[in-house]
Design a protein around this ligand. Structure first.
Ligand SMILES: O=C[C@H](O)[C@H](O)COP(=O)(O)O
Ligand SMILES: C=C(OP(=O)(O)O)C(=O)O
Length: 359
């Protein structure tokens, strides 16, 4: 075949995929699962709007690469979710799509075999099947909305989403967030810029019209209503930004913009200086702020796995250590359980003071 010298000159190949509707038919969600997703999105919205005084905890591996380990982690987390439900609302990070600073493995959907074969359709199938298994345990799940097409395949099973530090400034992601069915947190920029997240929050609260796909896989103009459950996530940048001084600065900006004074602190990434072992230090500081009367902090994020640290992603799956992250380093299960037990105790004492009127 003659190579077209005008169009697609940098495209090597294309593969037509099954539609979102076909994937959903292959891996259908039961009414019980869908009801629990609806209920958990409502709880999270209530926390963001200060109608529920509990602390939202988005906790789990930096990325999913192994179904067995993900399910074992989910079972353990579900036990703590039930045990601490009076004080914490625990949601598992089930991150299938990874943004990269330059290049690297882009996640379970993009390359599920981790060998550069980019078997996206298998990634979506495995992803949806795993989400259903975790949802059936009754554990709500969180993701990063990175690819603008994949939500049609997977988003109905997520209760919370993040727009990441590398995409908060992107119009595509703001439009996407404006139409997502769950609450969305916007990270500050990788350089620490708060205005990036604040602008995103405001942009996504508005309705937009943009090109996307529908559930039948057809290209469509999507008209959205705007997402009323946006909030900022402080994740640090050139320096950490979780201290009371940084929180006060963010509160002042939210106040000036007339938006709901709700923010989450990511204890990892720039806030831990990318040293996973610092996450409990950040969490301690945040919990102390809450104990001292802070009202705007509605949640924390933790990168946690069964075993600590991380390992290279370019090994054969059989050579990989079980339950160890292949992207950012994570705290292990023991540290996670200790941290959540402490958070539970501190939030139980703080909750009576957090019973403030709806915003
Ligand atoms: O949370 C994960 C990482 O911080 C993010 O995907 C960027 O990773 P990278 O800098 O290793 O590419
Ligand atoms: C990529 C992530 O975070 P950030 O956008 O803050 O780097 C993440 O939470 O996985």
């Amino acid at each position: 075949m003659l190579k077209d010298t005008v169009n697609d000159i940098h495209i090597q190949s294309e593969r037509v995929m099954m539609t979102p509707a076909q994937l959903k038919a292959l891996y259908p969600a039961s009414d019980t699962v869908l009801d629990s997703v609806i209920a958990s999105r409502k709880v999270i919205s209530d926390i963001i709007h200060h109608r529920d005084p509990r602390l939202l905890v988005i906790c789990g591996p930096c990325s999913i690469h192994d179904e067995k380990a993900a399910l074992e982690y989910a079972k353990r987390l579900r036990d703590l979710q039930v045990a601490y439900q009076d004080s914490l609302y625990i949601v598992m990070r089930v991150y299938f799509e990874k943004p990269r600073t330059t290049v690297g493995w882009k996640g379970y959907v993009n390359d599920p075999h981790m060998d550069g074969t980019f078997d996206v359709e298998t990634g979506l199938k495995r992803g949806r099947s795993l989400l259903l298994k975790i949802a059936e345990m009754g554990l709500p799940m969180a993701s990063e909305a990175l690819d603008p097409i994949s939500p049609q395949y997977l988003a109905e099973l997520f209760s919370w989403s993040a727009i990441g530090a590398r995409t908060t400034e992107s119009q595509t992601h703001r439009e996407l967030a404006s139409g997502l069915s769950m609450p969305v947190g916007f990270k500050n920029g990788t350089d620490g810029s708060l205005s990036t997240a604040l602008n995103a929050l405001q942009a996504a609260a508005s309705g937009h019209s943009f090109m996307g796909i529908n559930t039948l896989g057809q290209v469509a103009v999507i008209k959205t209503e705007g997402n009323p459950d946006g909030h900022v996530i402080l994740r640090g940048g050139k320096e950490p930004n979780y201290s009371d001084k940084h929180v006060a600065e963010c509160e002042a900006l939210l106040d000036k913009a007339g938006v709901v004074p709700s923010l989450m602190i990511d204890c990892s990434h720039g806030n831990s200086n990318k040293d996973y072992s610092r996450q409990p230090i950040v969490a301690d500081d945040v919990l102390a702020q809450i104990s001292n009367g802070n009202r705007s902090i509605i949640g924390i994020m933790l990168e946690s796995h069964i075993n600590e640290g991380n390992q290279p992603s370019n090994q054969k799956p059989e050579d990989m250590d079980y339950g160890v992250s292949i992207t950012d380093a994570c705290i292990n299960w023991k540290k996670t359980a200790e941290l959540l037990a402490k958070a539970h105790a501190q939030m139980l004492s703080a909750i009576p003071d957090r019973q403030i009127a709806a915003v």
